[in-house]
Design a binder for this molecule. Structure first.
Ligand code: M6R
Length: 615
């Protein structure tokens, strides 16, 4: 949602450190941004509605450049519209305390009424300002900042990752805390740092401490990081090494992160899968507990929970697991699962899929499944994330940091992980023979050059032509069947997210039950069809579209569909089980080029944020 950073460093220049961090976290929210720094014991604040460049510009006068300690924020609005007044940091009325916050304070209205009744005047519409006043009041009563934060948080209900500064302290000190959204802290050779995403820390050090819910951490130069619970009890949190390379957080020579991430997908396949394949055994070894024969034979049903693109990977997981391991799989929107009073069968494994591992609905759904007696597992991209910490077993996807708000490489990694899991389940349960296992894992090995061919210059320029010819169309319908039906959903989601055009994904066989009424020449129909048992069925749906004057774009390895289409992308042949991994690439590129041709902000689409840590 929002990005939170903080730093105290030995030399000056903390403003540049905060801005560097905010640039890396801008994908988390980009409505407004701000910083508060301590200089000679006094707090100075700059904050601006709009993109980070506006804040950077306002800081370019250099007046705060000597400061050594500060906190910063990039916002995705929840309470009050994006404006200078609602931008963080917020302060108490006397400006004693500055505070930044990611999350939602649920009892803010009640606390605000109480403070107003006591004469406090508010300067913003935000829930966060309530907390700034509470902390300020505790400081005014003589408490030191850590105690003031702990006492204030004890009164708060909701989700938060916060960082606070106070003026007049004996030395620069920052106090941060988390309950819900992620927060990590680190002590490097030149200073101490905090951030809501390790991306902003790895430029300083790769040794990071992930705070847990209910933790409050005190950061001071020259002292070990001190972590307590809200009641003041000191706790020990391990330092973990983050293997991500700081370079991977850059765009390289690509104009957008999304394009770079699409092009990384062949490598993501290799990183997520190849070391885990056991070709001689026709099997997969995850190298972590939770995936042994005995454990996997004890599963009678699987419940997948996820949101957005990760949910589409979950739908694919269903086809894979039911097809290769013959275990029944239910898939649900995490936001629906958590409130529909679900009934779980005995021996259910709840499988949560998430890039960030911090999506509020997915976490809540997993926790609910756990209380209903399910075993839990995760497919996740972020080491140390809440989902990984709370799941009994995890398959890490090795997609590397994904910065583009529209998820691409993380999706491919999730589908690869689901395929690996399905093969492992199938082998553990004796559903897949040695020969079948060998064939499947060998097919996966062969996929990389096929993915690369879809990213070659010729293929990419074909897709750009398609985007060019279709950019003025009124709407888009994406159709697919079987394991490629979720790819239709994903193609439509990508187009909506970054091109702002109406697009729907549908099972091809459902089209005649309603959406067919939409078809006319101003409607483009993207038909995903791979050679395989359902190809003929999809072809007849394609004919139904043509008969009604729809503009057909065929994507896939089925050559007859290609011959019947107005435009097409021919995808290399592969096992039907793996075809989604290839078919999604042209669809991602169609969305990308459509948005690019329209001059839209591809990496920061309007109204969206990368990680949705509130309901
Ligand atoms: O971090 P997660 O995978 O849990 O995020 C889930 C969704 O919010 C995410 O996939 C979202 O739909 C993306 N913007 C899709 O491109």
């Amino acid at each position: 949602m929002c990005g939170v950073v903080g730093a105290i460093q030995r030399g000056g220049g903390v403003v540049e450190t905060l801005l560097q961090g905010l640039r890396l976290l801008e994908y988390r929210g980009y409505d407004s941004a701000g910083v508060a720094v301590l200089e000679a014991g006094a707090i100075s604040i700059r904050r601006k509605a709009g993109r980070l460049e506006r804040l950077e510009h306002s800081l370019s006068d250099g007046t705060l450049s000597g400061a050594r300690a500060g906190i910063g924020h990039t916002r995705w609005a929840t309470h009050g519209p994006p404006s200078d007044e609602n931008a963080h940091p917020h302060t108490d009325a006397e400006g004693r305390v500055a505070l930044v916050h990611n999350g939602v304070i649920e009892n803010w209205a009640e606390l605000r009424a109480e403070l107003e009744a006591a004469g406090v005047r508010f300067a913003s519409d935000t829930d966060t300002e309530v907390l700034a006043h509470l902390v300020g009041r505790e400081v005014a009563r003589g408490r030191e900042l850590p105690d003031a934060v702990r006492a204030s948080l004890a009164r708060v209900r909701g989700y938060y990752a916060i960082a606070a500064l106070a003026q007049g302290e004996r030395g620069p000190r920052i106090v941060c805390a988390r309950s819900g959204p992620p927060l990590a802290v680190a002590a490097g050779p030149d200073g101490v740092y905090l951030a809501s995403d390790v991306l902003a820390l790895i430029a300083h050090t790769r040794d990071v401490v992930f705070l847990e819910d209910g933790d409050v951490c005190e950061l001071e130069l020259g002292r070990p990081l001190r972590v307590t619970r809200i009641d003041g009890t000191v706790v020990d949190r391990p330092t973990r090494r983050v293997e991500w390379d700081p370079e991977s957080a850059g765009k390289g020579s690509f104009p957008h992160y999304m394009l770079k991430e699409i092009h990384e997908q062949p490598d993501v396949l290799a990183r997520t899968a190849f070391d885990r394949l056991r070709l001689d055994k026709g099997d997969v070894d995850f190298g972590v507990p939770g995936f042994g024969d005995h454990e996997l034979r004890a599963i009678d049903r699987i419940q997948v929970v996820a949101c957005g693109t990760a949910l589409h990977a979950g739908w694919i997981a269903r086809y894979l697991i039911e097809g290769l391991a013959r275990i029944p799989v239910d898939v649900d929107y995490a936001s629906e699962f958590r409130y529909r009073d679900p009934v779980l069968a005995h021996n259910t494994l709840a499988l949560a899929i998430s890039q960030s591992g911090e999506t509020a609905d997915t976490l809540a759904a997993l926790r609910l499944a756990k209380t209903l007696g399910a075993r839990t597992a995760a497919i996740c991209n972020v080491v140390g994330s809440t989902l990984v910490r709370e799941s009994q077993a995890t398959i890490l996807t090795h997609a590397g940091p994904e910065i583009g708000v529209a998820s691409t490489k993380a999706f491919v990694a999730q589908v690869v992980a689901a395929f690996l899991f399905a093969v492992r389940l199938g082998r553990a349960r004796g559903v897949l023979s040695l020969a079948q296992g060998k064939e499947l894992v060998s097919e996966l090995r062969l996929l990389r050059p096929k993915m690369e061919s879809l990213l070659g210059e010729r293929a990419v320029s074909e897709v750009r032509d398609i985007a060019q010819k279709n950019r003025s169309q009124r709407g888009f319908l994406f159709l697919g069947r079987g394991i490629n039906y979720p790819i239709a959903l994903e193609g439509a989601l990508k187009l909506k997210e970054i091109s702002y055009v109406h697009a729907e994904g549908y099972p091809a066989g459902e089209m005649k039950h309603g959406p067919i009424a939409l078809i006319d020449p101003e409607m483009s129909i993207l038909v995903v069809n791979s050679a395989g048992p359902l190809a003929e069925k999809v072809r007849s749906n394609l004919e139904q579209v043509r008969a009604r004057g729809g503009h057909v774009i065929a994507i896939g390895s089925d050559r007859e569909s290609i011959a019947q289409s107005d435009e097409h992308v021919l995808v290399p042949e592969c096992s039907e089980w793996l075809s989604p991994i290839l078919n999604v690439i042209p669809l991602q590129l169609v969305a990308y080029h459509m948005a690019d041709l329209k001059g839209l902000d591809i990496d920061k689409p309007r109204n969206l944020a990368k990680s949705v840590t509130v309901e």
